[in-house]
Design a protein around this ligand. Sequence first.
Ligand code: FAM
Length: 428
Amino acid sequence: MAAIIPAHRARVTKLVRSHGSFVVDQVTIDRLYGGLRGMTVLVSEISKVDPQYGIRLRGYTIQEVLDLLPKAPGTEYPLAGGLYYLLLMGEMPTLEDALMVENEWKARSHVPDYVFNVLKSLPADTHPMTMFSQAILSMQHESVFARRYNEDLQKVDYWEAALEDSLNLTAKLPTIAAFIYNLRYRDGQFISPDPNLDWSANFGHMIGKGKDSDYLELCRLFFVLHSDHEGANVSAHTAHLVGSTLSDIYYSCSAGINGLAGPLHGLANQKCLRWLLSVRESFESFPTRDQLEKFASDTLNAGKVIPGYGHAVLRTVDPRFTAQLKFADKYLPQDELFKLVKLVYEVVPDVLQKTGKVKNPWPNVDAINGTLQYHYGVKEFEFYTVLFGVGRIMGITANNVWARALGLPIERPVSLTTGNLEELTAGI
Ligand code: FAM
């Protein structure tokens, strides 16, 4: 990174000097009241959601990422270490590059005991996302950035300390997530990481699924798919905003995870599985298309959304949904719930289109996430968003390192009152 950052800084400086006043987007009143929906307000070096093609990570589509990233011998899905290299460096890694990151993670994977003690001291029925956020926040104590900032850290070197923190935090995520799962759902059984397994697969191993190689493959797929979805979604933007104050990675990621915990964002995958199960329970046998159509319409008429469908930016089937659909077609084609996912995919877009207001009637990643976990016996819905978060922190931290490398300032837009806007528009 030290070799590529100076050239990138020069590119940004030149762009701002030459075209600093170029108008990228417009702020209108409907957008101010509409959650800034679709407005371009941030720069991310890492990824971009194309409304028609879905997320591109460093320019690569999801299918390209899955095809081109290096895999461990004898496995089908990529090493997360390779993905992290791609996010940080912007170029497709070799197997050696991917293993370099995996080995860095192994060397940094030890989780301090006090983190486990914090988790154990929480009420037993604490939401796993609260636990995840608390575990990350408790490790702020370890921040290299915070310590060096209080010593003599120069602005030009911020990124290096941020990278140290990022590697240290990401290295520990599978162990922390597995500890939360085991504490909540497996009587606190603890399984140490297997040094022969990669980062993603180790999560599966530590929750007792080490012998199920298909689940380990799902872990490899899942964490890669959830890593980043450009910089302005709630979890990424929250983390970016907090990081812009020079709060360190731990503060930023804990904040981002709190945003991910909302039902319109990361929590949607648990809502989606609940909805699918309620469909299954409502019929004595597998529903027909007509029955499902009526069920979906009833959901809308009750004033509820159909979880797993729609997106603020995407205007097509989420390629992360398609990638998991392919996985399920190969590994669990006979699973009843998966068959229901496919029927919903055939029926629901038409139902949503008929409302005339849903801008994207197609499935997003959450329409299938939970079904795959459920198949492999990870049936605790509340936990699914933690898995999402483990992947997402790869993107959040990569963005943070680059934000510090480019010396981005504190984010501070301004707000207006309705009265101010009425004054601005009076007489028009
Ligand atoms: N079911 C029913 N109504 C829906 C809908 C759905 N799946 N998706 C959108 N709409 C409605 C939406 O509520 C809004 O209605 P009102 O005007 O009455 O408020 C209208 O259609 C226009 O909304 P939009 O512009 O198409 O979507 P938004 O950008 O406002 O919202 C989502 C995007 C994702 C919040 C929305 O599609 C939704 O609530 N989907 C279901 C929940 C879900 O799957 N969330 C997961 C998001 C995922 F990407 C993630 O972060 N993990």
